[in-house]
Design a protein around this ligand. Sequence first.
Ligand SMILES: Cc1cc2nc3c(=O)[nH]c(=O)nc-3n(C[C@H](O)[C@H](O)[C@H](O)COP(=O)(O)O)c2cc1C
Length: 191
Amino acid sequence: MPDMTTANTLNVLGICGSLRKGSLNRALLRAAQEEQPEGMAITLCDLHEIPLYNDDLYLPTPPEGVRAFRAAIAAADALIICSPEYNFSISGVMKNAIDWASRPPSPPLDGKPLALMGASPGLLGTVRGQLAMRQVCIFTNMIAMNKPELFVAKAHEKFDSEGKLTDAETRQKLRAFLVAFSQWVQRVHAR
Ligand SMILES: Cc1cc2nc3c(=O)[nH]c(=O)nc-3n(C[C@H](O)[C@H](O)[C@H](O)COP(=O)(O)O)c2cc1C
């Protein structure tokens, strides 16, 4: 665990569970970068280079993209997972990446503070997907913040064609969410 009393910056890795160019969830993560509170630096990672999980590929040396992903998680003070909801669960892309990161030795997810958020054109804004993600947190031992929650419903109406968050209320909620997350992560690291 990094020493949050001496580190000046809270380094947060944002992981998007969608690969598509026009992803609303990546747009939400970009908006989070715009709204990150002082002392927080959100970096986004890319899951394009993560192959489908195969134990035969894991040993003796995992694929390059997997090693880079695990290293990025290990280096981060905290994670934000922003995944689409697919069929009432998290996307396969997201789950696959987590599976790679969950393997020994020294699984980097172990004990990592985490915020969940998500965007959907639907009315519930990834409520069920986030609940499914909380189940994954149990075995991987990620420590997910319970409250506040962030669900962006009708998301296609809240971003413009460039992926910019245009909805003022969502932007305000996002800002408050990130401030709460920053304070909560510092409490987790202090324990
Ligand atoms: C296979 C599939 C399953 C989906 N299932 C759900 C769902 O259960 N709940 C929901 O709100 N949206 C669902 N959607 C719609 C996604 O929320 C929507 O495509 C969203 O834009 C995906 O996130 P992205 O924009 O970040 O790629 C589904 C989409 C796909 C392709």
